[in-house]
Design a protein around this ligand. Sequence first.
Ligand SMILES: NC(=O)c1ccc[n+]([C@@H]2O[C@H](COP(=O)([O-])OP(=O)(O)OC[C@H]3O[C@@H](n4cnc5c(N)ncnc54)[C@H](O)[C@@H]3O)[C@@H](O)[C@H]2O)c1
Length: 340
Amino acid sequence: MTRLPTELVSRLRPSLGGRPCCVTGGAGFIGGHLVDALISLGARVTVIDDLCNSNAAHVAGLMDLEPERVRFVHASILERAALEDAVAGCDAVFHLAALGSVPRSVEEPSRTWVVNATGTMRVLEAAQRAGVKRVIYSASSSAYGDNPALPKRESMAPEPMSPYAAAKLAGESLCRAWSACYGVETACLRYFNIFGPRQAADSAYAAVVPAFIKSLLAGEAPTVFGNGEQTRDFTHVSNAIAANLLAATSDRPLAGEVVNIGAGERTSVNTLAGLLAVLCDRPGVVPDHQPERIGEVRDSVADISAARDLLGYQPVTEIKDGLTQTVRWYRDELAPGNAR
Ligand SMILES: NC(=O)c1ccc[n+]([C@@H]2O[C@H](COP(=O)([O-])OP(=O)(O)OC[C@H]3O[C@@H](n4cnc5c(N)ncnc54)[C@H](O)[C@@H]3O)[C@@H](O)[C@H]2O)c1
């Protein structure tokens, strides 16, 4: 369960209590945490997810607990009727459904474009037709590409380096267009390397934090692509959830604003491997280095001042606490006999 500061919860509850909203991709990693938070704040939530990269277990558990307030539409955002059903009556849509992973997008560029770009347009169209007030879009820091300037600021020209980055960036343009032409309020949250409990660790496209933890807990060396000196702004999932909730409840009219959502701290992959090795009781383990992957950027860290100014965002969990909590979760999850 994502823990948010008490003060933030008290501020958000009056605006979200009883509010009908839709979370696309709500069976996935970040979406699942967002649904948890919305339910705990009293909202009514419809999840639409085709389960292509997740399973129904978490949402099913929430439906058992809160049958009146959680609804699941098992469908793709590309299925018009199902999408219309999912957003009907909602006043906010959190759009997270997408095919993640830069390497997967290099292998499957067309599929990535259809789900991530065309899919975003379908969500905006459905929101517009249903009279949804606001769509909060999960954008990606990959939009900055290899522009060497740090920290990344929203005013920098985007330089997408992969089909994934190009499609996520197109989603931002679509949000802005739907605000300008059709009056649907939109906000684009550019996440920087989100990690936390329940992030997929098993797929070939697993993100670096769960992949490292899984290897380390299995007694294996983590695989580092390249020399490991590439840097990222590793951001605990609670920060992304706080940003979504702030964007949904902001009094300011929103028209496609793009804001970075990170922790604002730069960590190399080698440092990450060292931190996780200690937390997994494997200090001194030597990573297995493999060739650099195509489409990956060199360095990334967020300037989060725009999110602070526009939304009142500030990170709620810093990297070390976030990693500690995440390793604890994977230890429980991977413990022998745990059938979760
Ligand atoms: N995890 C990160 O570090 C990160 C960074 C930047 C941006 N993002 C964005 O955040 C969002 C959520 O990412 P995540 O890490 O939780 O990924 P995830 O894969 O865990 O969640 C995405 C969910 O979308 C679903 N989905 C995929 N295609 C769909 C479709 N056509 N119709 C309906 N559902 C579909 C998947 O089944 C999955 O449940 C994505 O939009 C991603 O691009 C994530």
